[in-house]
Design a binder for this molecule. Structure first.
Ligand code: HEM
Length: 194
């Protein structure tokens, strides 16, 4: 017997998700050539802004008020998930919702500090009007010390990647717990209805 399926993720959410995943992975893997890294970062920042907007005006399952829950619900869900006995949600689970907020904040912070690094080191980019360029010694053979903001950018990028690993692990675990391939659901937009 085939179970009825319903549309859960709209095409806009799915497009944003996979483009965001691609840009985050590309940016993490390649910090050169710089033009590719920066333009992929601008795209990631734009996708985050669109997703946040969609969280207020998009369809019900896309809205933050639908899936952002307090710590009690998040830890309650996780406690059930490790025993593979958590409640199934049609939209995002409370833990999924918390991870989404963390990912959106971290990708935005990584992109923002990336733009600030570009302004500090090269004197261009969208933040060059507000972030001063760091002067560096011109003596031959002297290495240019990276500005602090660049170190912050790298730390945030690594934390974001760690969150992505946890995100994918959570998706795989929830797929087992609910006997439903959530990755396919994020591609087709459809989940079984009950
Ligand atoms: C690499 C960077 C990634 C980022 C920044 C990211 C971010 C997100 C975000 C923001 C959402 C919420 C979707 C929405 O409501 O807009 C989400 C959901 C989801 N992501 Fe990712 N994702 C990434 C990679 C991946 C990968 C590699 C996979 C699968 C292999 C994946 C599978 C999923 C699935 C299945 C959901 C839906 C979870 C559910 O059913 O609640 N993601 N992701």
């Amino acid at each position: 017997m085939t179970l009825a399926k319903i549309q859960v993720w709209d095409p806009f959410i799915r497009t944003i998700h996979w483009l965001l995943a691609a840009t985050v992975l590309l940016n993490w893997l390649a910090d050169s050539p710089l033009w590719l890294h920066t333009w992929s970062g601008y795209l990631a920042a734009t996708l985050i802004a669109l997703r946040v907007l969609w969280g207020f005006i998009g369809p019900e399952n896309a809205r933050f008020r639908r899936f952002v829950r307090g710590p009690y619900a998040v830890f309650g869900y996780l406690a059930g998930l490790v025993r593979l006995s958590s409640q199934r949600y049609i939209g995002h689970s409370p833990a999924g919702g918390a991870m989404i907020v963390a990912l959106l904040v971290m990708v935005a912070a990584t992109a923002g500090t990336g733009m600030a690094s570009l302004a500090a080191m090269e004197g261009h980019g969208p933040l060059s009007a507000v972030v001063e360029r760091v002067p560096f010694p011109r003596t031959l053979g002297q290495r240019r010390p990276p500005p602090l903001i660049r170190e912050v950018h790298q730390v945030l990028a690594n934390v974001t990647l760690a969150l992505v690993v946890l995100h994918v692990a959570g998706v795989v675990l929830a797929s087992f717990a609910h006997r439903e391939n959530l990755i396919v659901a994020m591609i087709t937009g459809r989940k079984r209805s009950e």
